[in-house]
Design a protein around this ligand. Structure first.
Ligand SMILES: CN1CCC[C@H](Cn2ccc3ccc(-c4n[nH]c(N)c4C#N)cc32)C1
Length: 244
């Protein structure tokens, strides 16, 4: 997979040189290219923003600069263009999986009050353009959102997670734990400051361990994410769990 990222803060993406994503880049599983938007601003100050039409606070990113940058990066190719914005469609595990199946993604990182909307209109005529939000809070720009999305997408690529870390059992992945949040995890020592590891986890009985883990995930989902719990199949929350 090829990932292109256009931003006025390319240094935000140094974390993509380390850990899972860094190793995937070394192996060639991921080809990440970060571009400085200001390289396509031609005035002496490398200006990328201007005052908003209609008035209002802040500045808006200029369409001309974005157009030259995207034209250069895209060439005659056809990446899927992802534009982080608080008003976008929610970024979910399902969307992460969908994007992980794409051969080429282009992330456009806005700043200020956002990118002139005509940029998205222009490229929607020839590319698939998705405006995406990572959550219901307001960030100062798109860079952090891209880091979140690249990690969530990258870990789903073949070979990125070792067998010990398979994404198959992810909380929100299809399967028995779908739409359940993660349960508690434990490691050695068996007792730490008087806190014991739940005995079932030391039993070696894989069936009991699996049932216990699912029960704990259901309890935590009911407690912390009632909106998810309501979506669970009735069979998931048997009468025992309903009392949770
Ligand atoms: C006051 N204004 C309101 C509009 C956005 C302005 C800052 N900004 C500029 C570009 C940009 C891109 C993404 C996000 C963002 N915020 N929250 C999320 N979940 C996002 C995502 N994905 C925020 C952004 C601040």
């Amino acid at each position: 997979m090829r990932l292109d990222i256009i931003s006025i803060f390319p240094e935000y993406f140094a974390p993509l040189d380390v850990s899972l994503i860094g190793k995937a880049r070394e192996r060639g599983t991921l080809d990440v290219r970060v571009h400085q938007l200001r390289d396509w601003a031609h005035d002496v100050h490398k200006t990328v923003d201007d005052t908003p039409y209609g008035g209002g606070p802040g500045m808006v990113m200029k369409p001309e600069v974005w157009g030259e940058a995207i034209d250069t990066v895209v060439g005659d190719g056809s990446p899927r263009m992802i534009v982080p914005t608080p008003s976008g469609r929610p970024f979910t595990q399902e969307l992460a999986q969908e994007l992980a199946d794409e051969p080429w993604l282009l992330f456009a990182c806005g700043r200020y009050e956002g990118i002139d909307s005509r940029v998205m209109d222009e490229y929607a005529t020839r590319l698939r353009v998705d405006e995406v939000s990572i959550g219901d809070y307001v960030l100062a720009g798109g860079e952090v959102a891209v880091l979140v999305m690249v990690e969530a997408i990258g870990r789903l690529l073949p070979g990125v997670l070792g067998n010990a870390q398979s994404a198959v059992d992810d909380s929100f992945a299809p399967g028995s734990m779908q739409n359940l949040v993660e349960g508690p995890v434990y490691t050695k020592p068996p007792v730490w400051r008087g806190h014991e590891v739940p005995p079932v986890l030391l039993s070696g009985h894989h069936g009991n361990v699996a049932r216990w883990r699912r029960d704990q995930a259901i309890r935590r989902t009911v407690r912390n994410r009632p909106e998810l719990a309501r979506e669970l199949d009735p069979g998931t929350l048997d009468k025992h769990d309903r009392k949770l």
